[in-house]
Design a protein around this ligand. Structure first.
Ligand code: FES
Ligand SMILES: [Fe+2]
Length: 382
């Protein structure tokens, strides 16, 4: 239960870190203004993990869903309830994948990746037997599904894959679970003041104003971050970050580190689980550095092909540290529909108005209140 934690932080290895949270930390239910399931594309799983596990089941935006892949590589994400007599279809109930079809554990109905029942053991497949399936998109092997208001189809798309040359190391994944809301986690992309105050970044500077084009928002800023490597050496990273936000479930950050000349990509993928918890998946990759601008401690003798992977691990560690600092705040905060903003808040008002489109009545994500108009229109932090 989210209401009493030991909050669990899950890692890919199933290693569980515990972050002690006070029982009082679940005041999210006291914030009725923010509907828990904004419309958008939300991460389901990586293709790799679906292929490995064959059939995945999870709680996703308040529903039990399953995901599997057929022999042609087509992936299906569907509600985990059989249209015959309602059996659950996930592996825990005995659901399985056979010849690319999902087989119900109760009477053996078989469903192809379109969700259609194509066979039963004892009679012809009833045409009306069809799973409720979700639209899916894939970005570099990350599988997303569309969650629409009242089941409506996708209103916008996710971007094409970014260039995936051999220069880029494979994606690294970290998964965290905590009480929170995806709008509030994505809000950090425009909340530059917290970068200094919570994370201790220096020289935080907005490079360009936040832009909004339908469901697409960009936020571009620079900062410096000092990190201790191996517990002894402090390295200062001089970072330029370009954040591409598409709804509350998808944030993609292009990172350029100037002092070394390193390029990295980060994805921050927030998915509501059950209306209280969210799953935050952090994904990253680093581009191979053939000629780093300055020597990187300990990497000089590492073969070239391993360097990007090692830097990705360092990046993931830094990213996780930062996010854990945010989790302490996120899991205890209340949503304020009328935030009392100040000049250093940058474009939070712009972001809140952008988010309105993801809610059924376009009203519950942000109520215009007596906020500081200068701050609302976006001024870089002093
Ligand atoms: S409930 Fe699924 S086949 Fe009967
Ligand atoms: Fe943060």
């Amino acid at each position: 239960m989210a209401t009493r934690f030991a909050q669990r932080v899950l890692q890919p290895s199933n290693h569980v870190l515990s972050v002690k949270m006070p029982a009082k930390s679940t005041n999210r239910k006291k914030s009725p203004l923010l509907s828990p399931f904004p419309e958008g594309w939300y991460f389901v799983a990586s293709r790799k993990s679906i292929l490995k596990e064959k059939l995945i089941q999870k709680t996703w935006l308040g529903e039990e869903i399953v995901a599997w892949c057929d022999g042609a590589g087509r992936i299906c994400v569907a509600v985990a309830v059989c249209p015959h007599l309602g059996s659950e279809l996930g592996p825990a109930a005995g659901g399985r994948v056979s010849d690319g079809c999902l087989v119900c554990p109760f009477h053996g109905y078989e469903f192809d990746v379109s969700g259609q029942c194509v066979a039963t053991p004892f009679a012809a497949a009833p045409k009306a037997a069809k799973l409720k399936v979700f639209e899916t998109r894939e970005v570099l092997g990350m599988i997303f599904a569309w969650w629409g208001i009242d089941g409506r189809p996708s209103q916008w798309s996710l971007p094409e894959d970014p260039p995936a040359s051999a220069d880029w190391c494979e994606l690294g994944f970290r998964t965290l679970r905590f009480a929170g809301h995806p709008q509030e986690t994505s809000e950090n992309a425009v909340d530059l003041a917290h970068l200094r105050y919570v994370h201790g970044y220096d020289s935080v500077q907005r490079v360009e104003p936040v832009t909004v084009d339908g469901a697409y928002l960009t936020s571009c800023f620079d900062f410096k971050r000092t990190q201790t490597i191996a517990g002894i050496i402090d390295i200062t990273f001089d970072v330029s970050a370009m954040t591409h936000v598409l709804g509350t479930g998808y944030s993609f950050v292009e990172i350029h580190e100037r002092s070394i000349g390193m390029d990295a990509r980060l994805w921050v993928l927030a998915t509501p689980v059950d209306g209280t918890l969210i799953e935050l998946v952090l994904v990253s990759q680093v581009r191979q550095m053939r000629n780093p601008k300055r020597p990187i401690v300990g990497l000089r003798f590492v073969p070239l092909r391993f360097r990007a992977r090692i830097m990705n691990r360092i990046l993931m560690t830094a990213q996780k540290q930062d996010v854990m600092q945010d989790v302490v705040i996120w899991s205890r905060k209340q949503y304020r529909s009328r935030p009392r903003l100040c000049r250093s808040d940058g474009e939070i008002g712009v972001y809140r108005r952008y988010c309105k489109q993801f809610y059924p009545d376009h009203e519950d994500s942000f109520q215009d209140g007596p906020v500081d108009r200068v701050a609302e229109h976006g001024e870089a932090p002093p």
